[in-house]
Design a protein around this ligand. Structure first.
Ligand code: ADP
Length: 310
């Protein structure tokens, strides 16, 4: 599988590294405005291939994206300490006005996978700029938030995270919604599992998990300036689902015709990912409180997207 990555900074290069370690891509092209950086990252990652899987990793220009099955869009400004993701919006919108036409000219059949923040709004911009059919453009959205939610629930319950199904939906950011009423383990609602195991999920436990999921990125940025390992691995996981046509259920961000009365908004919902990108979207059954929270999240994103002139 050939994968193009535009933006060879922390996130783009870590995605490439994860692809190599997992043996998902046989050909990886890194494109960056900073060509020296792209060259250096490509060489460094290429040197990992003898310890992992055989892959060709190189730096290139947009013409080298030709034939890519997936192009990851990881270019743009990094989130600074104290920045909300929406602060990045204006800076990144300008970058994508240049990048999207260049990618489409050279890789017209690729799935576009957006990683740049604020990921929902950038995905919305890329979807609108590209004019590609729904499903061919989507963002990493809340995959990491959902992973963290699962991990924390699993820890609380004392069971494997692979046995917990739970999703964070809406914005990848401050207004995100932990879908508590849909969280299950062994097909049983987590509150019931918790009661049976004598590890109740009371209000305090829920508040701790909620805070920990919602503030995770801020804490990491505070400690190391940005986040890259989690998202790099997550992007590689998404690309594997596309490559193997896994029809994997993931909370990823895509343009949604209608959610809670808001039209044409780009946010995360549980979606089926396989060859071709997002194949289907599921419609969760929410509690009244979750419904209101998701509507508020959708409104935040709709407003942010509307503020960007294309
Ligand atoms: P992150 O932590 O999100 O990866 P970085 O700042 O490390 O952020 O990486 C972003 C990369 O995007 C940088 O290497 C930068 O050179 C690149 N970039 C910025 N604008 C463009 C552009 N118009 N085209 C290609 N690459 C770009």
């Amino acid at each position: 599988m050939k994968v193009g990555i535009v933006g060879a900074g922390a996130v783009g290069s870590t995605a490439a590294y994860a692809l190599v370690l997992q043996g998902t891509a046989s050909d990886i092209v890194l494109v960056d405005l900073n060509t020296k950086l792209a060259e250096a990252q490509a060489q460094d990652i290429q040197h990992a291939t003898p310890f992992a899987w055989s892959s060709r990793v190189r730096a290139g220009g947009y013409a080298d994206l030709d034939g890519s099955q997936v192009v990851v869009l990881a270019a743009g400004a990094a989130q600074r300490p104290g920045d909300s993701r929406l602060d990045l919006l204006e800076r990144n919108a300008a970058v994508f006005r240049q990048i999207v036409p260049a990618v489409l000219d050279n890789a017209p059949d690729a799935v576009l996978l957006v990683a740049s923040n604020p990921v929902d709004v950038v995905t919305d911009i890329v979807a609108r700029l590209s004019g590609l059919p729904a499903g061919r453009v989507f963002g990493s959205g809340t995959i990491l938030d959902s992973a963290r939610f699962r991990a924390l629930l699993a820890e609380h319950l004392g069971i494997s995270p692979t046995s917990v199904h739970a999703y964070v939906l809406g914005e990848h950011g401050d207004s995100e919604v932990l879908w508590w009423s849909g969280a299950t383990a062994g097909g049983i609602p987590v509150a019931e599992v918790a009661a049976q195991l004598g590890r109740p999920l009371d209000d305090a436990a829920r508040a701790t998990i909620d805070e920990s999921v919602r503030r995770a990125a801020y804490r990491i940025i505070d400690g190391k300036g940005a986040t890259w390992f989690g998202i790099g691995a997550g992007l590689s996981r998404i690309i594997r689902a596309i490559n193997k046509d896994e029809r994997l259920l993931l909370s990823v961000s895509a343009l949604t015709p209608e959610i809670e009365g808001i039209a044409d908004v780009t946010l995360s919902l549980p979606r089926i990912v396989g060859a071709g990108g997002v194949l289907e979207t599921l419609n969760p059954a929410f509690s009244d409180e979750e419904r209101g929270a998701l509507r508020r999240s959708a409104l935040v994103l709709r407003e942010a997207a509307d503020s960007v002139k294309l």
